[in-house]
Design a binder for this molecule. Structure first.
Ligand code: F6P
Length: 503
């Protein structure tokens, strides 16, 4: 944090949140912004006009607009891997040739979906999708959020290599009416390939004649899928320049596109494209993902908050926190800059969270009275996702807003410290018009761009993830060669649990 702008940001006194609205009638207007169907409210954060002004200087120092334009132009922004990061092209926003290629791939996916809907693979009722990380979290979030009322297909998304996950998923599936979507950008990921093989075995053992004829491969490595036994006509490719955790818009979104219907998938892409345009075209001071990144940076680097919490006050969005964990922590959990120098401050906060109101009865004690300051993000929708008594939605939303107010205002108790609420604790509220494909697309794209904006402000590359490799490598070597050369604790665990001793 050596730059002039950082020095300026850090020099401002931390405002007392309990009084930020006093004598500042314009604060609410200044600190809220609507982007289409999503309203952002940062007025309960520590951001002041002065701090925002200094952050705008930081954005300029870090070439924010140049880097943003490079992202959309398909430049090699993932410099450590020599790749572009072209998830926006999947939504129609990006370099012309990449957009055209994405469209071709989408057309291919649509044609296969039409064929499946016309029973070309037999009468299908169940979609079994195996994948992990970015090849599972996005589709899982979309299908869970939007597929609640859908009676088109039963969709199961299996990621964990623990056989309990697959066993549970298939227990009510008829193998003769199931298609198996194998989702893996690389088509080499151990967990996915083992789950895929076990799913094939389940079909074979149940008498399905041509189980490989039921496999759809969703991958950027079609050759590997062919080698594995998938027919070329059932491979839905996507571009190598689409990162795993940014891939739900590509063929990785297949279970959502088939499970919810093509129109819904297209609306999801359109919602994301609208947010892309907002991010690409808005000036920095009116740019929602960038302002949100200012807030993130303020808490991570100035107030030294090690975590940030996301609470979805909407059951439909219950998987959002785990989706964001991968997006934010795999992207920005780095210790070196894009140039390989040590970073000049803390990077990604640890993202955690849950669903409201459940979380209020579990973890909010710490948020209100604990020693950690945790910036909280509340997400709620104006429209309920159910047809029950509206009292449910009213109680849900009033609880959401009450928590933000309580965190900010607190309540002193000079007579009894155990019953005192310090207040001054920050929160952001994101209010959605509804949870529809368009809105969800825009919301996820907002988070993607916010993650990118954070990376730009910190000077890091958010598009690689070398940190996940070492553990995978070691596990593979134990599986292949047996354990050797490990510390006594690891050797003892392997021997005790697996009955395998030193090679
Ligand atoms: O282990 C990390 C990771 O590479 C993620 O980035 C990715 O989303 C996941 O594994 C799955 O990879 P693949 O799609 O190649 O199976």
């Amino acid at each position: 944090m050596t730059s002039a702008a950082w020095a300026e940001i850090a020099a401002f006194p931390t405002p007392d949140l309990r009084t930020v609205f006093d004598d500042d009638a314009g604060r609410l207007d200044r600190m809220t912004m609507a982007v289409g169907p999503i309203r952002f409210d940062w007025s309960k954060t520590h951001l002041t006009p002065e701090v925002t002004g200094a952050f705008l200087k930081l954005a300029e120092e870090k070439d924010f607009t140049i880097r943003r334009d490079a992202l959309f132009a398909g430049a090699l922004v993932n410099n450590t891997e020599g790749r572009a990061a072209e998830h926006t092209a999947e939504r129609g926003e990006g370099a012309a040739d990449s957009v055209a290629r994405a469209r071709t791939f989408h057309n291919r996916m649509r044609a296969l979906i039409d064929a499946i809907e016309a029973d070309a693979l037999g009468p299908i009722r169940h979609i079994l999708h195996v994948g992990i990380g970015g090849s599972a979290l996005g589709p899982d979030l979309i299908v869970d959020a939007l597929g609640r009322d859908s009676d088109r297909y039963d969709v199961a998304i299996v990621s964990n290599v623990d056989g309990c996950a697959l066993e549970e998923a298939i227990k009510d599936f008829d193998p003769a009416a199931t298609i198996l979507a194998v989702a893996s950008k690389t088509f080499t990921t151990t967990e996915t390939m083992l789950n895929a093989t076990s799913a094939i075995n389940w079909m074979t053992e149940s008498g399905v004649e041509d189980p490989y004829g039921r496999v759809i491969a969703l991958t950027a490595a079609p050759d590997k899928a062919i080698e594995w036994g998938v027919d070329e006509t059932r491979i839905l490719p996507f571009s190598e320049s689409v990162g795993g955790r940014y891939s739900l818009w590509s063929s990785i979104g297949f279970p959502a596109a088939l499970g919810l219907g093509w129109d819904a998938f297209e609306s999801l892409l359109e919602g994301a494209a609208a947010m892309d345009r907002h991010f690409r075209l808005s000036a920095p001071e009116a740019n929602a993902p960038l302002i949100a990144a200012f807030v993130d940076q303020y808490y991570a680097r100035v107030m030294k908050c090690q975590t940030r919490a996301v609470f979805a006050y909407d059951e439909r969005l219950r998987l959002l926190p785990s989706y964001l964990q991968q997006l934010e922590m795999e992207s920005n959990g780095k210790s070196v800059t894009a140039q390989g120098e040590p970073v000049d401050g803390p990077t990604a906060a640890i993202t955690w969270g849950g669903v409201g109101t459940d979380a209020q009865h579990a973890v909010f004690q710490l948020l209100h009275q604990g020693t950690h300051i945790v910036p909280v993000e509340f997400i709620a929708a104006r429209e309920p996702g159910h047809t029950l008594d509206l009292a449910h939605h009213q109680v849900l939303l009033t609880n959401c807003f009450a928590q933000g107010a309580a965190l900010m205002q607190g309540r002193p108790n000079p007579d009894d410290p155990a019953r005192a609420y310090p207040g001054g604790r920050p929160s952001t509220t994101i209010l959605l018009d509804d949870v529809t494909p368009e809105v969800l697309g825009a919301l996820i794209a907002f988070y993607e761009h916010r993650t990118f904006a954070n990376a730009v402000l910190m000077g890091i590359n958010p598009f690689d993830q070398f940190g996940v490799e070492l553990g995978k490598e070691i596990a593979k070597s134990i599986d292949q060669k047996g354990p050797s050369g490990f510390d006594p604790s690891t050797m003892a665990l392997i021997e005790l649990a697996l009955g395998v001793s030193a090679a």
